[in-house]
Design a protein around this ligand. Structure first.
Ligand code: FAD
Length: 473
């Protein structure tokens, strides 16, 4: 998917950051900044970094943006912020969709995008050591020179950073077979809120000494520490890829077919579903005519040495319920089909402002989830487009907004979708994170004991509560 411009979307949340103490005096802050190479208090710059691609805002403007150039600088800034109780919001590439990098009144925006060196690619051990500011697609490209790739491929790979991907546990289309960011991270260097450096994990593929702090940091959304270096796994580029697309009479049939592929013990490397409204949006924006071939679209890929045999089996499963099944004849046709899916979100966005949601259900309940969302949309009169990483049960219901801000009715629809996902045994967010957006629902999923344990972990890592305040779990 090509990056789209969400910058004009701005939504204000009522929560504000608050210092628990008066904060640093101007003199103390000036003293800190005198030791930092690159920072800005320019108004336009502060406006730029106060939100991410979601457009979600907290009240007020940040105090300063510090573009760190070393782990040592990160350490000094955090120690200072803890001492003076100043909120710190870590910022990667700012492409988040949940307001995770939104920064409010009096905060320091810690921009880590300049820590963007690929320190090492070790092709023999199939690992890379990178700074957090490395753009995801750049790592993938660098690995390709060795016949390897960085498997996690969020649709934002060309514009998002490895550090942001780690903080949100980003997923992508290849997740069907290769998992999400967490599955690719072996070790991290993290600066803690008080400035100490924590090293988690190891450079080996296996290892179990101590608690799994690497996994704890992955997906912690900048609330536990700042990732300043990561060791990640690389995978061989598959020798062969095969692609098939199927069109169905109903989206529920398509979802059932996606589930049937898993039940047949087949392992696609990509399995993406688009519903009817999305197909129309893609056709209108891209000049294609997919909606004439069916009401729902499912594209599957297989890869590796058994790709041809496996795609045959998947094709047979799809033929049981589809109106039309077509194998891609060559890589160009395959790319065209996958491109239609990648362009789904930008195509929908040509219709107006959207609220992009991100829930997960067990794979066997995908059809129920689609049916439930359809009912919610019909009963509420709100238009909802749905695309899904079908192999993971990860649905993106995209709510078309009637105005600049989501109305109470549209929030209500989002809430009903979250409740549906939880009722089906699922979760509130598969890859975009809680951020600001899902604060009001998160405790419902974690439960009382779960929330208490989260609070305990937070206070251990960040006793002064400076890291991404207002966005903890
Ligand atoms: C067009 C488009 C398509 C997208 N497609 C996908 C997709 O397919 N899959 C998916 O998962 N997401 C997707 N996203 C969402 C977004 O790209 C991801 O959430 C991405 O991981 C954010 O990375 P970033 O570098 O932009 O992080 P930011 O937006 O800058 O920050 C995200 C969060 O991470 C924290 N953070 C950033 N860097 C660090 C660090 N070094 N240490 C600690 N915390 C840090 C921030 O505080 C914030 O909470 C998409 C976004 C867009 C605009």
């Amino acid at each position: 998917m090509h990056p789209t411009d969400h910058d004009d979307q701005e939504h204000t949340m009522t929560s504000t950051f608050s210092r628990t103490e008066p904060g640093a005096s101007a003199a103390a802050l000036a003293e800190l900044l005198s030791t930092i190479d690159d920072w800005s208090v320019d108004g336009d710059e502060l406006l730029r970094v106060r939100s991410d691609r979601s457009g979600w805002l907290v009240e007020g403007l940040p105090e300063v943006v510090i573009r760190v150039t070393s782990a040592d600088e990160v350490s000094r800034v955090l120690a200072f912020a803890t001492l003076h109780r100043i909120p710190v919001v870590t910022r990667g590439a700012g492409t988040g969709l949940s307001g995770g990098a939104s920064a409010g009144e009096g905060s320091i925006v810690l921009d880590v995008s300049s820590l963007n060196r690929i320190h090492q690619i070790d092709p023999e051990n199939q690992i890379a050591i990178v700074g957090p500011g490395v753009i995801t697609a750049d790592l993938d490209r660098a690995a390709a020179a060795h016949g390897l790739r960085y498997a996690p491929d969020p649709a934002s790979a060309a514009i998002s950073s490895i550090g942001g991907n780690i903080a949100t546990n980003a997923g992508g289309l290849r997740g069907a077979k290769y998992g999400v960011t967490r599955d690719a991270v072996l070790a991290l260097t993290v600066v803690l809120a008080d400035g100490r450096i924590l090293r988690t994990g190891r450079q080996t593929i296996k290892g179990v000494t101590g608690y799994d702090l690497t996994s704890l940091i992955v997906g912690s959304e900048g609330t536990l520490g700042v990732v300043v270096e990561a060791t990640v796994r690389l995978q061989p580029v598959p020798v062969e890829t095969q692609t098939v697309v199927a069109f169905f009479d109903t989206v529920v049939d398509a979802a059932a077919a996606a589930t049937a592929i898993g039940l047949a013990r087949l392992q696609p490397s990509l399995l993406e579903l688009m519903d009817g409204p999305t197909l129309h949006a893609v056709d209108d924006a891209q000049g294609t005519d997919y909606h004439r071939r069916g009401t729902a679209f499912l594209v599957a890929q297989t890869d590796g040495f058994g790709a041809s045999a496996e795609i045959e089996r998947i094709t047979a499963v799809l033929r049981r319920g589809a109106r039309e099944v077509t194998r891609a004849l060559d890589p160009i046709e395959a790319e065209e089909l996958v491109r239609a899916r990648r362009l789904a979100l930008p195509s929908i966005e040509t219709r107006g402002r959207v609220l992009i949601e991100d829930v997960v259900v067990p794979r066997t309940r995908l059809a129920e989830a689609f049916l439930g969302i359809q009912q919610i949309a019909q009963e509420s009169g709100v238009q909802v487009f749905v695309i899904a990483h079908a192999a993971d049960g990860n649905l993106h219901p995209i709510i078309l907004l009637a105005a600049e801000e989501p109305s109470e009715r549209e929030w209500h629809v989002a809430g009903l979708i979250f409740e549906l996902a939880l009722r089906l045994g699922g979760t509130l967010t598969g890859e975009h994170g809680v951020g600001l957006l899902k604060q009001r629902w998160v405790r419902g999923e974690l439960g009382e004991t779960g929330s208490a344990v989260h609070a305990g972990i937070k206070s251990l890592f960040d006793p002064a509560g400076i890291l991404n305040p207002g966005k903890s779990f």
